[in-house]
Write a protein that binds this ligand. Structure first.
Ligand code: SF4
Ligand code: SF4
Ligand code: SF4
Length: 386
């Protein structure tokens, strides 16, 4: 990634004739699902999960202003302040050089339930925190990714029953449209408070919506935002097609049936390899690809080339893998810290102090996004001001 990539992506936002169509077509979209709420003439359509701006667009610019990939808004107005973290030095000398964004407390931990741990990539903390929020009546419902039959990608699903959450919880590795459901949540009389699992980009766009009165009604029920660390972005449909072609499938993705299976293989320890996508061709041939293969796609660039946020600065709790069977848990707000403490008290999760090994991993995994990209954005905006 270079300064040119940043300039190219930001130039899309500068042209007032553009829409989110250009963000999608340039492969920068992360399918956060927010822009659909920004359009005054309902011109934006999501098609599992392609974005299509229809001809009735009046080029008002609202969608580009809200888009979570609009780093101009991010850097010129808020980001540098959010990235500063003087508390780190006081908190723990070992992690003084890790720019994690503002936080209150940090732990290393895992779910107390083996079943939950087995369904997830690392320690199962996200599922356990959501379970705590539901079962202890902190929220009325949670919004999580779920695979629906015949769809290529997961969709956001609202769940009010903690036991149902345990059945559906677990890591998903494909783009999940979930913020497009905010209007449905706002109009649901049975729900007053929700917790939402997001990627850093979605947490950022939620924050933007909180700050803009036109979206007030849509976000007011969001009580907790839990963010997963995101290092390499999400794959596109063409990435999946790339792998299918390599396996001899000539049909297009829309012509294939897809099912998802977890296949435990003794020599696989990474749950991304255990989770398989089975594509079924018209003549009944089954082609199986692991989610880790789909993630290691070849047809970059995509959203991660311009995304500077690895840990989710705008969430209540950020969760990442620290090593196999354990998570890093970062409480950024008092609400977030209360949730983690409640989960500890109820013995839904087990925690340890954040250690040197976690520091090393977070540094290693997030280096590209945190250091390189942030420096480039700062350089870009500094040059622009001169
Ligand atoms: S009308 Fe405005 S918000 Fe809708 S697609 Fe066009 S530019 Fe975007
Ligand atoms: S990143 Fe989000 S807001 Fe931007 S175009 Fe994609 S779905 Fe819309
Ligand atoms: S890299 Fe991850 S956090 Fe960043 S835009 Fe892409 S999906 Fe979102």
């Amino acid at each position: 990634m270079t300064l040119n990539d940043i300039e190219k992506s930001l130039s899309i936002f500068e042209n007032k004739n553009n829409t989110v169509q250009q963000i999608y077509d340039s492969r920068y979209c992360n399918f956060c699902g927010a822009c659909i709420h920004s359009c005054p003439v309902d011109a934006i359509e999501y098609l599992d999960p392609q974005i299509l701006v229809k001809d009735n667009c009046i080029h008002c610019g609202n969608c580009l202003e809200l888009c979570s990939q609009n780093q101009e808004v991010r850097y010129s107005k808020q980001m540098i302040d959010v990235e500063k973290n003087d508390q780190i030095k006081d908190f723990h000398s070992k992690i003084a050089d890790v720019p994690l964004g503002r936080f209150i407390e940090i732990w290393n931990g895992s779910s107390s339930s083996r079943k939950t741990r087995n369904r997830t990539m690392a320690g199962g903390i996200t599922t356990s925190l959501l379970y705590t929020a539901l079962s202890e009546n902190v929220v009325d419902a949670v919004l999580i990714p779920e695979f629906t039959e015949n769809k290529q990608n997961p969709r956001g699903k609202l769940i009010a029953n903690p036991e149902e959450l345990l059945q559906l919880g677990g890591s998903k590795y494909l783009p999940t449209l979930s913020l497009d459901r905010l209007d449905e949540i706002a109009n649901n009389q049975d729900i007053d408070r929700i917790a939402i699992t997001t990627l850093p980009c979605q947490a950022y766009v939620i924050k933007k919506m909180f700050l803009d009165t036109q979206y007030e009604k849509l976000v007011k029920k969001i009580n907790l935002v839990l963010t997963l660390f995101c290092g390499s972005g999400i794959p596109y449909r063409d990435d999946v097609e790339f792998f299918l072609k390599a396996k001899g499938v000539t049909e297009s993705l829309s012509e294939l049936k897809v099912i998802r299976r977890r296949e435990r293989r003794i020599w696989r320890i990474n749950p991304q390899d255990i989770e398989r996508y089975i594509f079924i061709t018209k003549d009944g041939k089954e082609v199986s690809i692991s989610s880790s293969r789909i993630l290691r796609c070849k047809t970059k660039p995509n959203c991660s080339t311009i995304c500077p946020d690895y840990t989710g600065y705008f969430s209540d709790v950020s969760i990442g893998a620290s090593h196999i069977s354990a998570n890093i848990i970062i409480a950024r707000t008092e609400k977030g810290r209360e949730l983690v403490k409640l989960a500890i008290e109820k013995e839904f999760i087990k925690t340890k102090n954040f250690s040197k090994i976690n520091n090393f991993l977070i540094n290693f995994m997030g280096k590209n996004k945190r250091d390189l990209k942030r420096k480039l954005y700062r350089e870009f905006f500094k040059n622009k001001q001169v």
